[in-house]
Design a protein around this ligand. Structure first.
Ligand SMILES: [Zn+2]
Length: 259
């Protein structure tokens, strides 16, 4: 375990040069969003979730974390203030430039930790493929919803939505001062025919159905932008979920270093 900060921006170039060697060129890039997260969670939730997973795993594995990308693709959330949406083609370019810069200095294993779920995954896949083909580096996408399938049923939080019990619990555990659970309003998922954004959903589903501004407006009227049941959140559950994900992330780091 490293005693210094794992965050690139806190280090000198000499420290970074040493860490490239020690970590076998392995680095995490947290990617999230700045978007509305209901009346009870901060707009930085998705990035904060990625940051805290990256921070804990990087300390345990003694690797570095790049400055996070605080923005994602969030056009459907523009109905509420505070949301900043960046076009996916811009996100692809900026993330490719981040990887390209780091690769020049000797980094070769990149873990994109995604806090913004299915909407970010689409463009991140393009980034990963391009970096591998053009730079010869390894890129993997670590998504909490995919990496918690083995424990999520026991948590009884309901499916992935927005600002639901999953995000609520994780934020409550890691950022208690920023969470206002007394303002949370439940908005249980309607059974949507043949579609779920939750990778743990067991039945046949369509791959993707975009959300419209009109659907988001309905979500805003029902629960201030929440989709799901934040009343099921708990800090204890958040701790178990967090620990599970950090362990998995440490495993992924070891897998890339051994390749
Ligand atoms: Zn979120």
């Amino acid at each position: 375990m490293t005693t210094t900060s794992p965050w690139l921006q806190n280090l000198t170039w000499e420290d970074i040069e040493k860490q490239i060697e020690v970590s076998k060129g392995t680095i995490i890039i947290p990617v999230g969003s700045t978007e509305q997260h209901g009346p009870h969670l901060p707009v930085g939730t998705d990035t904060m979730v990625a940051n805290t997973l990256a921070d804990d795993a990087a300390r345990r594995a003694n690797i570095l974390v790049a400055p996070p990308l605080w923005f994602g693709w969030s056009p459907h959330h523009m109905v509420l203030p505070g949301t900043i949406t960046i076009r996916p083609e811009i996100l692809i370019e900026i993330t490719s430039d981040i990887i390209g810069s780091l690769q020049k200095h000797g980094f070769k294993n990149f873990i994109l930790v995604n806090g913004h779920r299915i909407v970010n995954v689409t463009w991140m896949q393009i980034v990963g493929e391009r970096a591998k083909r053009e730079l010869g580096v390894q890129v993997v996408i670590f998504d909490p919803a995919y990496m918690s399938k083995s424990i999520i049923k026991e948590m009884v939080w309901g499916p992935v939505g927005l600002a639901e019990a999953i995000e609520g619990s994780h934020m409550w555990y890691r950022y208690p001062d920023l969470v206002k659970m007394d303002r949370a309003v439940d908005n249980p998922h309607p059974a949507r025919n043949l579609y779920s954004v939750d990778p743990a959903y067991p039945d046949d589903t369509l791959c993707y159905v975009p959300s419209s501004a009109a659907e988001m407006t309905q979500q805003v009227e029902a629960a201030g932008g929440t989709s799901g049941e934040p009343s099921k959140a708990s800090a204890e559950g958040g701790q178990r979920y967090h620990e599970h994900l950090v362990e998995r992330l440490v495993e992924v780091i070891a897998m890339l270093q051994a390749a």
